[in-house]
Design a protein around this ligand. Structure first.
Ligand code: CTP
Length: 412
């Protein structure tokens, strides 16, 4: 199998108490296919030793203008050119201010000025310094130049204050790094994704549900975020607690009825809710619910128990029935089947028509449920079917959005 090209990250570490967290961050990124080269500010060395980063990354650490790491090369320019992305984590108020005003009196600042690669900054500082209008103005100015910021977390700060200022988690920072190096073909687009199972209550302790893990929809949400979209994820109960980018808006629901309300609300008739451009229904919505939900636990008896089931609304079909192109998002449905590929293809085609979707992704239950991988067929309106062989759900998500992009381009 062809190996994916490694992402080249220049990691700038500045003098914050959070500097030690940059070591974990470097490892986190390396585990996910990045090569990391560290540039340290002088004050960062008061908090963590360059040797730590040198040992972890296996790369020399840039510390001063006068200690060139490659003979004949101008260290900071070579680094600026080498980078696919420059990440500053943690970034102090001082570094942010200097970067905003174009100072270049340290190797890191010089890299920030010289690089053509995207820049991501993850601040960490005292809450009052972070909220100070000067810092906010500096952040705003850098954002206006395309620099991406990872909002710090709220909590107890090393200085004794409580508030926003803690360095964001490695997963959160890494999602921004991925977004920075991914072509932004969904920038400005609103994407709504439904995922996971629904639960239909029988009584206060029992429900009807299915084996869906929600992983396919989670991968789709992350992929859309990396491609620059504004993402809303409507999800049923999920196994585990996935580390989604905090900028993904999540709406947690339990029943099919709740999922329907949440999905229809995102279509928004009022100006506070902007209608989505793309909607992907990856949820395994329960087709039936008990007609009566008992408000007391149903007690055991020797007689057979009959539970009358009634149909749930078909959410995908309802969205597909919206008339006119104005409010109708580009609509992607899923079909889960048992049986063979032939049946999958014919059912995917049938559901595409029946629910008036623009694309239908078919997968077999045995290939997808509770797995990190999937194998799918993507059927488009003209009847064209693209087969994607077994791959990680993150890669399947990428291929689905590639097909969405091709189809939306041909529609506009
Ligand atoms: N779907 C939905 N609302 C439902 C049932 C399904 O929105 N009540 C959506 C799913 O999210 C999926 C598509 O419809 O995008 C197809 O779902 P699937 O379970 O494969 O098919 P069904 O329409 O339920 O038909 P069947 O169970 O008979 O195969």
């Amino acid at each position: 199998m062809k190996r994916a090209k490694k992402t080249r990250v220049v990691l700038g570490v500045t003098g914050s108490i959070a500097a030690y967290k940059a070591a974990e961050l470097a490892r986190y990124m390396m585990k996910r296919g990045c090569v990391v080269r560290v540039v340290m500010s002088e004050s960062a060395e008061q908090f963590i030793s360059p040797l730590t980063f040198e040992s972890l990354t296996g790369q020399p650490v840039a510390r001063s203008f006068w200690e060139e790491t490659q003979p004949g090369a101008i260290g900071h320019i070579a680094l600026a050119d080498w980078a696919d992305v420059v990440l500053v984590a943690p970034a102090t108020a001082d570094t942010i201010a200097k970067a905003a005003y174009g100072f270049s009196d340290s190797p890191l600042l010089a890299v920030l000025l010289a690089t053509k690669a995207p820049i991501v900054i993850a601040p960490a500082m005292n809450v009052n310094m972070f909220e100070h209008s000067q810092t906010q103005e500096n952040i705003h100015n850098l954002q206006a130049r395309g620099v991406m910021f990872v909002t710090p977390e709220s909590g107890d700060l090393a200085c004794g204050w409580k508030g926003r200022g803690r360095l964001a988690q490695p997963a959160e920072i890494y999602h921004h790094v991925r977004r920075a190096v991914t072509p932004q073909d969904l920038r400005g687009k609103r994407v709504v994704i439904s995922t996971g199972p629904t639960r239909e209550a029988i009584d206060p302790v029992r429900f009807i549900s299915n084996r869906s893990s929600g992983k396919m929809g989670l991968s789709l949400a992350v992929e859309a975020f990396h491609r620059g979209a504004e993402v809303t994820l409507v999800h049923g109960p999920l196994s585990g607690s996935p580390k989604l980018p905090s900028l993904i808006r999540t709406i947690s629901i339990t029943s099919a009825d709740e999922m329907r309300s949440a999905v229809l609300t995102t279509l928004g008739r009022d100006p506070a809710h902007h209608a989505p451009d793309i909607m992907i229904m990856a949820a395994a919505v329960a087709d039936y619910r008990p007609e009566i939900e008992s408000d007391q636990k149903i007690k055991k008896s020797n007689a057979p128990l009959n539970i009358q089931l009634v149909s749930n609304p078909d959410i995908l079909k309802e969205v597909g029935e919206i008339k006119g192109t104005h409010e109708r998002p580009f609509l992607v449905g899923f079909a889960v089947e048992t049986g063979d590929t032939e049946k999958l293809l014919s059912e995917a085609k049938r559901k595409l028509e029946a629910k008036n979707a623009d694309l239908l992704v078919g997968n077999l239950a045995q290939d997808s449920f509770d797995k990190d991988t999937n194998k799918v067929l993507i059927v488009s309106k003209g009847g064209n079917a693209e087969e994607i062989d077994t791959a990680r759900k993150s890669l399947i998500a990428k291929r689905i959005f590639d097909t969405v992009a091709t189809n939306t381009r041909s529609q506009s």
